[in-house]
Design a protein around this ligand. Structure first.
Ligand code: C5P
Length: 403
């Protein structure tokens, strides 16, 4: 299951320079499973061609209210009913004014009047136009009516001005769309306690040195944020990380694998879900030196002992929580992940290929292959490359669907 699977999105494109970003937006929303039908204003066609949008969306582009052929195929009322969301990106000041007044003098504005679906707009215009009193009044009106206003962002504008008025990045719009559809989950995690391990562990060698790894904690913290905003009480048992903790989550800070193990076993007794996101050091130093080790010899041998497998110990509990592991692999990802799913007796494992650039360790993006084990049957779900927060939202939805 993908987070936007079977979701019908009408993407309205209006006449702003940011229209050139919309083919990528369509492609990314489709990657998450959405069906997209594009509606363009006349102004939009000055910036990007309908043929491009037709090619990426896989559907005919609608651009006229009074087109007999288009009305025969999917008329404007049918299109308004088909939509689960009307997303207008970019949205010019003119279109904001039109939908705020309730005009219906072209296809897009008519759809906005004729639909019962929610509407989200991604404003894009010169900063002066954005701050202008009529635009701000129109935005207040639309907000009052429940239209979601996504952006605008700040920065350098096509006209050279600097300020608020840029259309949000495609990544942000995809994230907001995914979040929008995962709000159906909002109430369903109420009353649940989710526990996550996150970040690396540090295994002391002496008072100043340790063995560790490159885990940033970003994936675990993003999952915590997604579960918390879906209503769960969330506890993060976190190794040392430099990122900011998500709000309204309990954080238990640990250093070593043994500390993480102890805290996990204590907390898991009350957990509904346990997600092992931490990159736990496989071994710890047998005899931690009480004093700083001096470089008196040319070689140094450290005796290492295997750390306990935290997630396997949680999965072995009687009354175990729904237990999810991660498998960061550089080769034969699926095979290793399936092996760990069985060996550690997990309910679910999320595998990621850390050999690919631009995803996994320390990156802001990730892609996951999820194997879910239920009644002896294993099913596979793919979450395509996206920001870790978007991936986390989808993972939380998938876990919630399998509880
Ligand atoms: O065996 P491997 O380290 O590849 O397994 C990865 C999964 O197991 C991750 O979910 C990780 O958090 C968890 N793990 C653990 N305790 C360990 C080692 C790994 O919980 N000592």
């Amino acid at each position: 299951m993908q987070i936007l699977q079977d979701k019908n999105i009408v993407l309205g494109i209006t006449g702003g320079i940011a229209a050139y970003k919309t083919p990528e937006l369509v492609r990314r929303l489709k990657d998450h499973g959405a069906n997209i039908r594009v509606v363009m204003t006349q102004g939009a066609k000055a910036f990007i061609t309908p043929l491009t949008l037709q090619a990426v969306s896989g559907n005919a582009v609608a651009d006229s209210l009074l087109d007999t052929q288009a009305e025969l195929a999917m008329g404007h009322i049918e299109l308004a009913k088909w939509a689960d969301l009307i997303l207008i990106a970019p949205t010019t000041a003119d279109v904001i004014a039109k939908i705020s007044c309730g005009l219906a003098n072209d296809l897009l504005s008519t759809l906005c009047l004729a639909t019962a679906a929610p509407i989200a707009i991604a404003p894009a215009m010169n900063q002066q136009m954005w701050h202008a009193a009529p635009t701000q009044d129109n935005i207040k009106t639309l907000t009052r009516r429940g239209v979601a206003i996504w952006g605008p962002g700040a920065g350098e504008q096509a006209c050279g001005d600097i300020g608020l008025g840029r259309m949000l990045d495609v990544d942000d719009l995809v994230e907001l769309t995914c979040n929008f559809f995962s709000t159906t989950l909002k109430q369903s995690l109420k009353g649940q306690h989710w526990i996550l391990t996150a970040g690396p562990t540090r295994e002391a060698i002496d008072p100043v040195r340790y063995i560790s790894n490159h885990s940033s904690g970003k994936m675990g913290y993003a999952i915590a944020k997604a579960a918390q905003s879906a209503g769960a009480k969330v506890t993060i048992i976190s190794g040392p990380v430099t990122i900011e903790a998500p709000s309204n989550c309990t954080i238990i800070k640990v250093n070593s694998a043994l500390e993480m193990h102890q805290q996990s076993l204590e907390q898991a007794a009350s957990a509904d879900v346990f997600i092992a996101c931490a990159a736990v050091a496989d071994y710890r130093v047998a005899d931690i030196s009480k004093q700083k080790i001096k470089k008196s010899s040319d070689t140094l041998q450290l005796n290492l002992i295997k750390n306990p497998d935290i997630v396997a110990d949680i999965a072995a509990m009687t009354n175990k929580p729904f237990t999810v592991g991660f498998a960061a692999e550089t080769q034969d990802m699926s095979q290793y992940a399936l092996g760990k799913l069985q060996k550690k007796n997990l309910d679910m494992i999320a595998a990621n290929d850390v050999a690919k650039t631009g995803q996994g360790f320390n990156s802001d993006n990730n892609a996951l292959t999820i194997f879910n084990q239920r009644d002896g049957q294993v099913s596979k779900i793919e979450i395509p490359l996206a920001s870790k927060q978007v991936v986390a939202n989808q993972l939380v939805t998938i876990i919630a669907d399998n509880l």
